[in-house]
Design a protein around this ligand. Structure first.
Ligand code: UDX
Ligand code: UDX
Ligand code: ADP
Length: 470
């Protein structure tokens, strides 16, 4: 029979664990939820009296305000969190390995392993352990081996895979009404019972028919597959955007037309300067690595091309900027609007803006960046990491951070839109134009400006996926 869950612990208070478990606490007042993390500063931010949370996500503050102190707690006491819980989410980071076997492709499972070993070391009672981090297939199996080899007598560990499909910027809405919740378990009676326990938690707010239960490995692979298919759609539309620019077709019209085919569907067909975020590239590279280790080189090559197309798209866009500005941007001043990888988040992981700025810097242009949500510190960290051979003080000679779009654009030759922030749709282009050097160029990597209106003002305009003249 399945255990009724009353105490949940989440290891890892990051982008996934934080919002997910805060929503579980909100929707399940009868369950005590403790989110633990080794990072004291992060935990302190989650506990901050004025709700200055470590991540920005629309609606998150409201959720935390309602549940924190009631049945939602944040702590650095990992061991106590583990000991008290009946169900533990493992939601730690799984970055791409930077060295060793599989460097640049394979997931670094060190954090998952350490967290798992900790559970085995300190648990006094049976636990359901839920793998929430995106991890390659069969990680659950490794977790199970570690737990079983180290458990005390009378302690049983059941492993579930429960990948999270939330997107940043809409995390709370996605968690409130998910397309589906996916739970993978062993098909043994114990595995199914554990699965039932977790399904009951979600059933507090998610309709039963949206809670899918599958095998452990299908669940793990589905997460990689979903992200790979989504990224593949973007690379496909971006590949078509290059054809549009070369022929005079319009990618917006093409996307609209193909999206009407119910087999294709209208969503996720926005051409862009490239996809970013912590998941797409990482998960595809995981899939590539997995395929290669399974001796499936053609499968690996197929998925690798999705990432290669994305790299191509980013560099193609920066090359368009250089080509259009009379084949040189040396000493020219460029405003980059947006640094986050998408709107409504302060997250910059794998943001295409980083690649653009690096390309502009290597052409020795001056760049001014404005983003409504990204901290200056983060911008400097990202640029330092992107240009490892350039000392930060030299980067700072070429880069300025502005406090508004208008300030960023003042006295510049060109404006590059890298993130689709709503406020960029509402820019007073007439005023911007008056303050720019002439001829004034706008490069829209997110299809948010009305090119005709801007041209009337006097701008030279290039929009991604549009082949029309400046
Ligand atoms: C993604 C998945 O959507 C989510 O289900 C998974 O759990 C984590 O990875 P996220 O990376 O937060 O979520 O954002 P998403 O909205 O998917 O956007 C990823 C990138 O693709 C962004 O850089 C975005 O700008 C870009 N994108 C998205 C496009 O360029 N065009 C589109 O049509 C959609
Ligand atoms: C296709 C397009 O569907 C249609 O819109 C266009 O006008 C002409 O090309 P058709 O080739 O007649 O139509 O058949 P379709 O049903 O699309 O199937 C094409 C092939 O894909 C078939 O061999 C089919 O077995 C295969 N297929 C289709 C799959 O293997 N898996 C699927 O999920 C769907
Ligand atoms: P994600 O986007 O997957 O949520 P993040 O990097 O935002 O990833 O968050 C992961 C969190 O997990 C970090 O705050 C990190 O400090 C925490 N963490 C990693 N390993 C452990 C561990 N063994 N115990 C507790 N917390 C951990």
């Amino acid at each position: 029979a399945s255990v009724k869950v009353t105490k949940v612990c989440c290891i890892g208070a990051g982008y996934v664990g934080g919002p997910t478990c805060a929503v579980i606490a909100l929707k399940c007042p009868h369950i005590q939820v403790t989110i633990v993390d080794l990072n004291q500063a992060r935990v302190d931010a989650w506990n901050s009296p004025d709700f200055d949370l470590p991540i920005y996500e629309p609606g998150l503050v409201d959720v935390v305000k309602q549940a924190r102190g009631r049945n939602l707690f944040f702590s650095t006491d990992v061991d106590k969190g583990i000991q008290e819980a009946d169900l533990i989410f493992v939601s730690v980071n799984t970055p791409t390995k930077k060295s060793g076997v599989g460097a640049g492709f394979a997931a670094d499972l060190n954090y998952v392993e350490l967290a798992t070993r900790r559970i085995a070391a300190v648990a006094h009672s049976s636990k359901i352990v839920v793998e929430k981090s995106t991890v390659p297939c069969r990680t659950a199996e490794s977790m199970r081996t570690i737990l079983e080899a180290n458990s005390r007598p009378g302690c049983r560990f059941d492993i579930l895979s429960n990948p999270e499909f939330l997107a940043e910027g809409t995390a709370i809405a996605d968690l409130f009404s998910p397309d589906r919740v996916l739970i993978g378990s062993l098909q043994s009676p114990e595995g199914k019972a554990a699965c039932e326990s977790l399904a009951e938690v979600y059933a507090n707010w998610v309709p039963k028919e949206r809670i899918l239960t599958v095998g452990l490995w299908s669940s793990e692979l589905s997460k990689l597959a979903a992200n790979a298919m989504l990224a593949q759609r973007i690379s496909s539309i971006n590949a078509l955007s290059a054809i549009c620019e070369a022929t005079g077709a319009n990618i917006d019209e093409v996307a609209h037309a193909i999206g009407f085919d119910s087999r294709i569907g209208p969503k996720f067909l926005r051409a862009s300067v490239g996809f970013g975020g912590s998941c797409f590239q990482k998960d595809i590279l995981n899939l590539v690595y997995l395929s290669e280790s399974l001796h499936l080189p053609q499968v690996a090559a197929y998925w690798r091309q999705v990432v290669e197309m994305n790299e191509y798209q980013k560099h193609r866009f920066s090359k368009t900027v250089v080509d259009t500005l009379f084949n040189t941007i040396t000493g020219k001043h460029i405003a980059v609007l947006g640094f986050a990888f998408k709107a409504d988040t302060g997250d910059t992981r794998e943001s295409p803006a980083i690649t653009l700025v690096r390309d502009f810097l290597s052409e020795r242009a001056y760049v001014t960046i404005y983003d409504p949500k990204v901290d200056d510190v983060q911008i400097w960290l990202d640029l330092a990491e992107a240009c490892p051979n350039v000392p930060l003080e030299n980067i700072k000679k070429q880069v300025t951070i502005a406090r508004s779009s208008l300030e960023a654009c003042k006295n510049k030759e060109a404006v590059v839109i890298a993130t689709e922030w709503k406020e960029f749709r509402e820019i007073d282009w007439q005023t911007v134009y008056e303050h720019m050097n002439k001829p004034a160029f706008v490069f829209d990597g997110r299809m948010i400006v009305d090119a005709d209106v801007l041209k009337k003002i006097g701008f030279k305009v290039k929009v991604i996926g549009r082949g029309d003249r400046l």
